[in-house]
Design a protein around this ligand. Sequence first.
Ligand SMILES: Nc1ccn([C@@H]2O[C@H](COP(=O)(O)OP(=O)(O)OP(=O)(O)O)[C@@H](O)[C@H]2O)c(=O)n1
Ligand SMILES: C[C@](O)(CO)[C@H](O)COP(=O)(O)O
Length: 235
Amino acid sequence: MSQTWLVVPAAGQGRRMGADKPKQYLPLADQQPVLAHTLARLHRAFPNARLVLCLDVDDHWFSPRWVPFTDWQRVAGGSERMDSVLNALHAMAAQDGDVVLVHDVARPCITQGDLQALHHAAATHPAGALLAMPVADTMKRADKNCLSARTEPRDGLWHALTPQGFRYALLRRALETARQLQTLVTDEASAVEALGESPQLVSGRRDNLKITHPDDLALAAAIMASQAANTPDGL
Ligand SMILES: Nc1ccn([C@@H]2O[C@H](COP(=O)(O)OP(=O)(O)OP(=O)(O)O)[C@@H](O)[C@H]2O)c(=O)n1
Ligand SMILES: C[C@](O)(CO)[C@H](O)COP(=O)(O)O
């Protein structure tokens, strides 16, 4: 029986947020930090999973009281998100066939339904899977003066979200290859695609917000309040 692993990249500095601490430690609903909310949602879906938490080596905000998992470890983050994830993969005592879900700590609004749907797709599709949502807006290409140069075709365009899930051996090979080629990837699926594989797109909720800019905090809090009010069996 393969094990499920959760890798949570949480070593970012939150520069675009511009706060006095990394955004994963900013208070959200009931004043718990973003990190605590994200881990609670992951634990509700996968209470027996093994958690690998990527934290900056100089992180002095983290507290283990926010980790509900019994089986967890922390690893040092890297200079880029992909380095943090690869550090986690190198620290895991995983089997090649284990399922690894990678989820941004900055996405606390993730729901149980999306988590279970993604996990099933990652466990059944050989090239893995990622939550994503089809582009619904007209897409513009800006020039250097922030003028609209042209409209990009949006047919078949999706926003990549997280979690993204893969068998351990495939994900480790993909990220190690990206590093060897000095290719900077901003998500795991990019590295897997570069191997010639095609991960499954799993249509996810549009409220799976990545907290990035200052106004995202109030938006995330509003989403979580709405989810709590409209999901009788919990989130
Ligand atoms: N070296 C890094 C950079 C990012 N992340 C994590 O990757 C996720 C997505 O990254 P992003 O939203 O860009 O977070 P930051 O890098 O913190 O934001 P910014 O780019 O504004 O500094 C976040 O959960 C972040 O903590 C990480 O673990 N290690
Ligand atoms: C992984 C990700 O959330 C998918 O959209 C995104 O690529 C993270 O990018 P960031 O620049 O590290 O926030």
